[in-house]
Design a protein around this ligand. Sequence first.
Ligand code: PEP
Ligand code: MN
Length: 337
Amino acid sequence: MLIVMKPDATEADIRRVLDAIQTLGLKGHPMPGAQRTAIGITGNQGAVDPSPFADLPGVAECVRVSKPYKLVTRDLRPDKTVIRFRDTGAEIGGREFAVIAGVCAVESREQTRSTAQAVAEAGCRFFRGGAFKPRTSPYAFQGLAEEGLKILAEVREEFGLKIVTEATDEPALDLVEKYADVIQIGARNMQNFSLLRRAGRARKPVLLKRGMASTVEEFLLAAEYIMAEGNYDVILCERGVRTFANHTRFTLDLSLVPEVRRISHLPVIVDPSHSTGTREKVIPLARAGAAVGADGLLVDVHPYPERALCDGPQALLFDMFREMMGEVRAIAEIVRR
Ligand code: PEP
Ligand code: MN
């Protein structure tokens, strides 16, 4: 159930409703908006009886939720969620088109530093780099683990970039939470429910990538797992799904962006790198991501991709990356006005 408060409801009114929810052994999730606050209720197995809340001061209405998800929906929060990093002014989901760019995997300090410099000089505020890599083959490079996280932390200090990095399991998440600004959950883990719950207890925003065979509903329910634990800062990322098409690594499903927009208040970004798998397709699909109304992009860049230990063929060279930035900025400027 969803409890919609009146526009003039006070903090005390909201507190009283939350206490009443807690008394029933349930969890209340207040979502303040521009017009009013709504409170989502989770923890119930069946329907919640509205009568304990309906006549409390400040309550406008109690709404039954018929959809499988509650906290991700625009019913709860009509305004878009904007994830803000107050110290640098960076944000995801706001006016600015947020490009998260960097290496697929942190391979060395030199490789990471030179890429971060190029990313910062192009005006990006976010840097990506994997220290824990989910690899198809057990013999492939698995990442530098904590040593890689330390390199990422150095890069944050030097260039003022916010760090986005993946946690592949719960012990990795414990470490990633310490070093990163945004915790990435990869496509292969989109339905790792214990990992999602752990991410929901983290106090950092979570970038959740769509599973390669997941429907929009499954994707949103994965986000719901994180939010149900009390972490409302979730960014969704479309990274391509498996289809019969074999001219690209995955098929980038750009129609997910307006569909998520219709249902959810969460920011949604597009990954033209992991979806296509080849460099020459990255810029055209990055442009398409900006044009379809995404809140940003996730892009692989590498100083010498021919020697990359992971995903070299899709990594943009620095000059291509600069070209892409100019193009997507111009498109996003028109779309986001
Ligand atoms: C990545 O972003 O580094 C990655 C492994 O992507 P995905 O989980 O989408 O395959
Ligand atoms: Mn990669």
